[in-house]
Write a protein that binds this ligand. Sequence first.
Ligand SMILES: Nc1ncnc2c1ncn2[C@@H]1O[C@H](COP(=O)(O)OP(=O)(O)OP(=O)(O)O)[C@@H](O)[C@H]1O
Ligand SMILES: [Mg+2]
Length: 388
Amino acid sequence: MHCTLMNKNTPVVKLQIDDDTSAIVKITEALELAYLPIGIDFKSGIPNKKELNEWWFSRSIPASRSGIREALEELNVSHTEQLLARCYGLSLSDQYWMKPDHTTLKWSDINFFDHSFSDDVGNILFGQPAENEIIDLMSPCNTSDGWLKKKWKIIDGKRCLIKAGSNPYMQEPLNEVYATKLHERLGCTNYVSYTLLWDNGMPYSVCENFINTDTELVSAISINKSMKKRSQNSTYDHFIQACEWLGIPHMSEFLNYLLVFDYLIANTDRHFGNFGVIRNVETLEWIGAAPVFDSGTSLWHNKLTKVIHAYDETESKPFYAKQSKQMGLITDFEWIPFDNLKNIKEDLYEVFKQSEFMDEQRIEVIGNAITERVQQLQEFVMERKHRM
Ligand SMILES: Nc1ncnc2c1ncn2[C@@H]1O[C@H](COP(=O)(O)OP(=O)(O)OP(=O)(O)O)[C@@H](O)[C@H]1O
Ligand SMILES: [Mg+2]
């Protein structure tokens, strides 16, 4: 199929897609390369085909998504990549799409921000059988990332992402809601607010889309790719330098916040796909760090209650594998409102006690663990001040 990769209304490159594999097999013409996804090299005047394919396939649902095998069977497709073309590659996290050359379609005719979409794919991804004989595959769920079961749904006119939890405690949705309360206590203004939804006895987190028709989420993965890493640079230095080179402001302050926040909740999964930056897709102006999202893989969510110890070393991402080492990257602690962190376990009780998957002892142990984390953070800050 001959197509044009579009960024909202801007034609970016003309290319050819293989109908069977959805792979980009040929790039035929470069049009507006400044509007390419961040991180794709185009020094030779034509975008790097391998990198463009990686980006294109990374828009499909990851093969590791919980329950994907059964969903694909129900959808009658063999690979998640095949779903991309069914929705023109459109997403609710950015404005890229593939316009088939034989159509006169415009972005305004089909985007998911202004047009409603069927719940068919979302429901099937959640393990429900198809309601209609003909499944409507035009869905932003086809381009959603991450391993947890999730779906986009329009609730009261708003595009919302609904995410499930994982066995045995189904704790991730509760963690997202607790994280929301902790952001408030920390005085953060740039976070995604999550609420709880119960369906058939199962907890889900719900959040509104933080992207609108003029913006896109650029992941830290793409930012890292925008510059070649010098071997002498640490992962942290490379990321900061890439941000500076692209002209993205205030990222070290943002990371100071994120690292402290992740420390408090013992987040083990802040990989480079779990934070990013927002860019205006019309002007290409950088707006700043994306609001903090996806904090559910935390609070010892997959640990048996008896092995939860606040003082144990926690594995971490994205800069160092150990949280104690990653904390060394923080350049400013002055902003931490320790006074607001008293009794933080009360917020946790309030959220966790709603779930039958959490027994009282577990709630108590996790509540005590975060209280200890605050103390530990305070000791760490004092020690750092002493050394300076
Ligand atoms: N509120 C939102 N608005 C726009 N895009 C979002 C929003 N929340 C998440 N996304 C996009 O959806 C992707 C998947 O969401 P999320 O990271 O919350 O899922 P996950 O399954 O927990 O991911 P992981 O595999 O990292 O655990 C994100 O990487 C981001 O690109
Ligand atoms: Mg994620």
